[in-house]
Design a protein around this ligand. Sequence first.
Ligand code: ZN
Length: 292
Amino acid sequence: MYFVHDAAANGPKLRFFAIAIVDQYSRACVRLAVETSIPAAAQVIRELETANLEYGKPSPCALIPIAAAPDASQLTSATVRPRKRSAAICSGCHQPAPGYDQSPTPRRFEFIGFWGYLVFLVYCMRRVNCEQCGVLVEEVPWGMGKHSSTKVHMHFLGHWARKLSWKETAEEFRTSWDKVHDAVAYLVTWGLAHRVLGQIRAIGVDEIQRGKGHKYLTLVYQIDLCCTRLLWIGKERTVKTFREFFTMIGPEVSAKIEFVCSDMWKPYLGVIREKCSQALNILDRFHIVAKV
Ligand SMILES: [Zn+2]
């Protein structure tokens, strides 16, 4: 991400913001500029365009917002619009496909905030009429499915959620607990798809309360001496939930687990007996917390 700022150098009304964002996976570039009245603005935009070209082919979505951050609201919206005649990408098969229509209602994607401003990309999603998949919403390089955060924002939150509690992360970066949860879940899913499980000797299972009321999530950690990591997140804290974890790792990995830390929650105890009968069940939730 490039960020150029030349604020109030010649008086409070002369402000200029420019941002260029390069999607780190696809190398596609989403360019943004937000300007007011500085004469050098055009030059800065030209420089950013040059920087963009270094990344190869331009993104199907070019930039364009001209919506300055108002001083007081602390919120910046950057409107993105599709490049003319660009083909949208089908979210089913990830191939370019003929256009179908475009939603009149814009969607907001939260981006990493800067200098106290919350930053949103605003975009009217297109639909494609794909030969293989039918009519589907397009895939955009910065977002994923129905997530209201950009991918880069989810990585950012997920990174901080390893250092701070989820609640602290949400407060620190002015977002919601649910968004932090979504970010961590996204990263875990991403991690699952890209990792080798290897041998797991010890796991810890813990539940956390989600929002207000009696809604819970089940978290499973690997707590080996050489490797502590979050392995899995499931909704609720039921027998069914915890069984899904063992389905995910498979019987071979389950059979080699030697230690399971848990609290006294009965559904967990039952599943441990069922799926991991060879393991020693240590009933000590603080042990888990201390290890993580
Ligand atoms: Zn398709």
